[in-house]
Design a protein around this ligand. Structure first.
Ligand SMILES: NC(=O)c1ccc[n+]([C@@H]2O[C@H](COP(=O)([O-])OP(=O)(O)OC[C@H]3O[C@@H](n4cnc5c(N)ncnc54)[C@H](O)[C@@H]3O)[C@@H](O)[C@H]2O)c1
Length: 254
């Protein structure tokens, strides 16, 4: 069995946990004792992850979900409550990136990026609220991006807009749900070494990007997971309404 950890007895939902950052976050929560519902549009990927974690003696289930579908999102939360007794932590990580320039962006592509990156965050947060209240509070961590703090390296205007919207939603949620004992914070990474980042740039472009990062490398998904888990931990009880940058020095501002 797992050693006792800081998330023992907690129910955790991580969206977009099939690969990349979300997978690292789900693994980290499970290693730290949490019961993890790993959710993704790619149901096979999260089933595989969950069975690997269970084989290691950890608590995890995979769940197929489209975060843009309100009924599916409610089903996801009901499953987590049934499995773990409640939801204490939600990580809104699922996201899509598209690279089209403004003049080449179709209304359909705009809507897709907004639906997954913004509406999905709204729906998942709304769906866990009552369960968190029933537990006396909770932690919501949203995956924003440097794109929402400045502009995107790889993504188009719709991607930057969606991540700026996540930061607005995060702040409003922090104020509105503080009385419910729920904290709402965001993590804003620069470039992270994931399939999303690798598929967006060839080797030459990637070398240029790395040369512009003061720490001269991409972040590892596990480094983002460390920060997310801190914001979801008891140690971060007084942090709410914050966006924490993690970008190797790419955007050093006040
Ligand atoms: N990789 C980076 O450089 C970087 C930087 C800043 C922010 N981010 C953000 O971090 C998050 C994770 O990024 P990543 O690089 O790991 O991406 P990724 O593309 O490698 O993984 C994203 C996951 O989200 C899932 N997903 C997509 N649409 C979904 C939907 N409708 N419902 C449920 N799941 C869905 C995908 O199936 C995939 O498993 C995203 O929100 C992304 O915008 C990434």
């Amino acid at each position: 069995m797992a050693e006792r950890g800081r998330f023992d007895g907690r129910g955790v939902i991580v969206t977009g946990a099939g690969q990349g950052i979300g997978r690292a976050i789900a693994e980290r929560f499970a290693r730290d004792g949490g019961g993890v519902l790993a959710a993704d549009l790619n149901g096979d990927a999260v089933e595989t992850l969950a069975s690997e974690l269970r084989s290691a003696g950890l608590r995890a289930i995979g769940y197929h979900v489209d975060v843009t579908d309100p009924a599916a999102v409610r089903g996801m939360v009901a499953r987590a409550v049934a499995e773990f007794g409640g939801v204490d932590v939600l990580v809104n990580n699922a996201g899509v990136l598209r690279q089209s320039k403004i003049m080449a962006t179709t209304p359909e592509e705009w809507d897709l990026v907004m639906a997954v990156n913004v509406k999905g965050v709204f729906l998942c947060s709304q769906a866990v609220h009552d369960s968190m209240v029933a537990r006396g509070g909770g932690r919501i961590v949203h995956m924003a991006s440097l794109a929402g703090r400045a502009t995107s390296t790889l993504g188009g205007a719709h991607y930057s807009t969606s991540k700026a919207a996540v930061l607005g939603l995060m702040r409003h949620m922090a104020r509105e749900w503080a009385r419910d004992g729920i904290t709402s914070n965001a993590v804003s990474p620069g470039m992270v070494d994931t399939p999303m980042a690798r598929s967006g740039a060839d080797a030459t472009r990637m070398a240029e990007i790395v040369a512009d990062i003061p720490l001269r490398r991409l972040a590892e998904p596990s480094e983002i997971a460390n920060l997310v888990c801190f914001l979801a931990s008891d140690e971060a009880a007084y942090i709410t309404g914050a966006s924490v940058d993690i970008h190797g020095g790419e955007l050093i501002i006040a």
